[in-house]
Design a protein around this ligand. Structure first.
Ligand code: MV4
Length: 454
């Protein structure tokens, strides 16, 4: 049953994504409540929201991850819904349940769906049953090193052991030969247990030089699903993406259509709703294999917004109000042109060491086909407590070549003084002939790293 439109939304996040959600609310005529930690008192999301509430000290565990503080803020301000952004509580199924129990709409998939997608080997088994290609691997959780050994012999080395509750690369071990398996299995279990409070692990064929390609989807609460093309996210370092683009330079129209059809069917059967991303690895032969689902809006959503013309965050809010995709979307999804995003981080571009501190000079590029999502401003202070994302610079062009040239000129007009940023690194990536030719995989960034190449 469609609920009434929201009057007021609380944004349970900080930084550029909090500002991004406020933009969507303003355009929809919805009031906003910002929450902030003591370190973010002067952050622009606080300034742009209609109301704001301090929810605790700088440390995330006592502010942006503190469910009672956030729910109290939501009750005091009488909001209809909470937008979780990405990270923090965005994929915490229990938080979704608490929102529901408090009569507040959680803007995201239903808690049981978030929970299922968070158990990686279950999501994998589900996709396989639905006919979406997955890598050869264990049918479920591995109960012993012996079981892992049998599986690995069957699949052939190398294999990778992954934490069932994992993410961000933690709890993963690559196994090249049988002699290493038992000890790496125990290590993976150990790490999974301490990092995710579940020691469950599973096993897959290991792809050594994959491309990371993810499909964006929107699903309403009435069983309708639309796929908004894919993003190429292979340019990353230690599981932190640096540059993303849409479409992928290597996904063909036929392949996109096939994967999209499979995902529509699978995500509808899963009763998935709201925005989501389905991650794939592409092997050296160009085949795509499902790896996991991200049940949230992602950092890199703007590249998809540029090539589809669809506002993903407004769509999330309208879907959560009960609207159908037919109402939310302007018509059939079409992909046009090419978009690139560079993540501008406060970090040393050579060593990747974080570089928090005061921004003493700040000038944003603009002009045709340029978008900047940021929370920063002249004289703001980048706190050391959170991730180092300062801004997302996104360019759009008629084709990939134009998007690249536009990014190069926009980077040359982006001035950040007082801290180090990743701008010089992006300039090196964009000038690389292999990058320009679209020839790269997840190992690409190693060529720009000092010291041991890992
Ligand atoms: C893999 C893989 C190779 N083979 N799975 C890393 C994070 C997690 N989301 C999945 N990851 C990987 N899974 C198989 N079977 C290589 C990675 C991987 C990776 C994946 C995407 C982007 C960057 C990466 C960097 C290192 C390893």
């Amino acid at each position: 049953m469609p609920s009434a439109p929201f009057r007021k939304i609380l944004i349970a996040n900080r930084g550029e994504i909090a500002v991004r959600v406020i933009c969507a609310c303003k355009e929809l005529g919805i009031q906003t409540v910002a929450v902030y930690s003591e370190a973010d008192r002067y952050s622009s999301h606080v300034r742009f929201a209609d109301q704001s509430i301090c929810i605790g000290p700088a440390k995330s565990a006592r502010s942006y991850l503190d469910v009672p503080s956030i729910i109290s803020a939501a009750e005091i301000t009488n909001v209809d819904a909470i937008h979780p952004g990405y990270g923090f509580l965005s994929e915490n199924a229990s938080f979704g349940e608490v929102c529901e129990a408090s009569g507040i709409k959680f803007i995201g998939p239903r808690p049981e769906v978030v929970r299922m997608m968070g158990v990686k080997e279950r999501a994998r088994a589900f996709m396989r049953e639905m006919g979406v290609p997955v890598l050869p691997g264990s049918p479920g959780v591995l109960n012993s090193p012996q079981e892992a050994l049998e599986m690995a012999e069957q699949i052939g080395y190398p294999v990778i052991i992954k934490a069932s509750a994992g993410g961000g690369g933690r709890g993963m071990r690559v196994v090249n030969q049988a002699s290493e398996l038992e000890s790496l299995f125990m290590q993976a279990q150990q790490e999974a247990g301490s990092a995710f409070s579940s020691p469950d692990v599973y096993l897959e064929k290991f792809i050594g030089a994959p491309r990371h390609i993810e499909f964006q989807l929107l699903a309403d609460e009435h069983g309708n699903v639309e796929i908004l093309g894919e993003r190429e996210c292979s340019i990353q370092r230690r599981h932190q993406k640096l540059l993303e683009e849409s479409p992928s330079p290597v996904v063909t129209d036929k392949q996109r259509a096939e994967v999209s059809a499979g995902l529509c069917k699978a995500m509808s059967a899963a009763k998935y709703s709201n925005a989501g991303t389905v991650e794939f690895l592409m092997d050296e032969t160009g085949k795509l294999y499902f790896i996991e689902v991200n049940a949230r809006v992602q950092v890199e959503h703007p590249v998809t917004e540029f090539v589809t013309g669809i506002d993903i965050v407004k769509s999330q809010i309208r879907i959560a109000q009960g609207e159908t995709l037919a109402e939310v979307l302007p018509g059939p999804i079409t992909l046009r042109g090419h978009a690139i995003e560079c993540r501008i981080n406060a970090e040393n571009p050579n060593t990747f060491v974080p570089s928090p501190g005061r921004i003493t000079g700040f000038h944003l590029p603009g002009g045709i086909g340029v978008r900047v999502d940021t929370w920063a401003y002249t004289d703001c202070v980048i706190p050391p407590y959170y991730d180092s994302l300062v801004a997302k610079l996104v360019t759009y062009g008629a084709d990939r070549t134009e998007a690249i040239r536009r990014m190069q000129r926009a980077l040359s007009m982006f001035i950040v003084e007082g801290i180090h940023t990743s701008i010089p690194l992006h300039q090196k990536i964009l000038a690389d002939p292999d990058f320009q030719a679209g020839k790269f995989d997840t190992n690409f960034i190693k060529r720009f790293m000092p010291g041991p190449k890992n």
